[in-house]
Design a protein around this ligand. Structure first.
Ligand code: CO
Length: 215
């Protein structure tokens, strides 16, 4: 008698915990006690309960994945909507304006160039203190940290840390109507690396950045 009561009790408890409070298994088990087939009940109850529980989390986990994947390419597109810089004689001239924008989104340096010259024209009218622009060449992976270091360096330092090894090349910071340039050895941009040019004026790199490729 007591063995039967224990088995039924445990079957009842397992059915409850496995189904997370669903009423139906509990009702079925309570009907079982009069019969002598009580031992068979636990396995019968457990099997469907486990099967029903498994698919639910699997389906939930699968759902967000496609949404995240499809959103990624869309977010990556906007920065590349600007044209590539016109390159001639291992040199290019790009523009910065009062709307915190460069006029190009990429610079392709020919592999034959041992040196490369980037000229920056600020075609706006705002002063350097309000809308300063420069061109900093660096590894893509260093952009965020370098921009942060530049902001800390302050206006007197041209918003760029002095002697920082992460800076491949950089022009001075200029205001509206001014022009500046920088020439650097392309050997500083080894093949296989990902490079960018950006403005280190605080906050500008969010919009003022583009890619540099060599080859
Ligand atoms: Co700027």
């Amino acid at each position: 008698m007591s063995k039967h009561v224990l088995l039924i009790a445990s079957a009842f408890a397992l059915g409850l915990s496995a189904c997370g409070g669903d009423d139906r298994p509990a009702a079925d088990t309570s009907v079982t006690p009069p019969a002598t087939t009580a031992p068979a009940a636990p396995s019968t109850v457990m099997a469907p309960a486990a099967t029903m529980t498994m698919p639910a989390p699997a389906t939930t986990t699968t759902m967000p994945a496609p949404a995240t994947t499809s959103a990624a390419p869309a977010a990556a597109s906007p920065p590349s909507d600007k044209p590539a810089a016109v390159v001639d004689n291992c040199a290019t001239t790009i523009e910065g304006n009062d709307a915190m924008q460069y006029n190009v989104g990429s610079i392709a340096i020919p592999a034959s160039c041992k040196q490369f010259k980037i000229t920056l024209r600020h075609v706006g009218q705002m002063p350097v203190a309000a809308m300063g622009h420069n061109v900093v060449v660096a590894r893509d992976a260093d952009l965020q940290a370098l921009a942060a270091s530049g902001a800390q360096a302050g206006a007197a330092a041209g918003f760029l840390p002095a002697g920082d090894a992460r800076v491949v090349a950089a022009t001075r910071m200029i205001g509206g109507g001014e022009t500046t340039d920088v020439t650097f050895d392309t050997s500083k941009l080894p093949a296989g690396g990902s490079y960018v040019f950006f403005c280190s004026f605080p906050g500008h790199a969010a919009l003022m950045k583009g890619t540099i490729t060599v080859g």
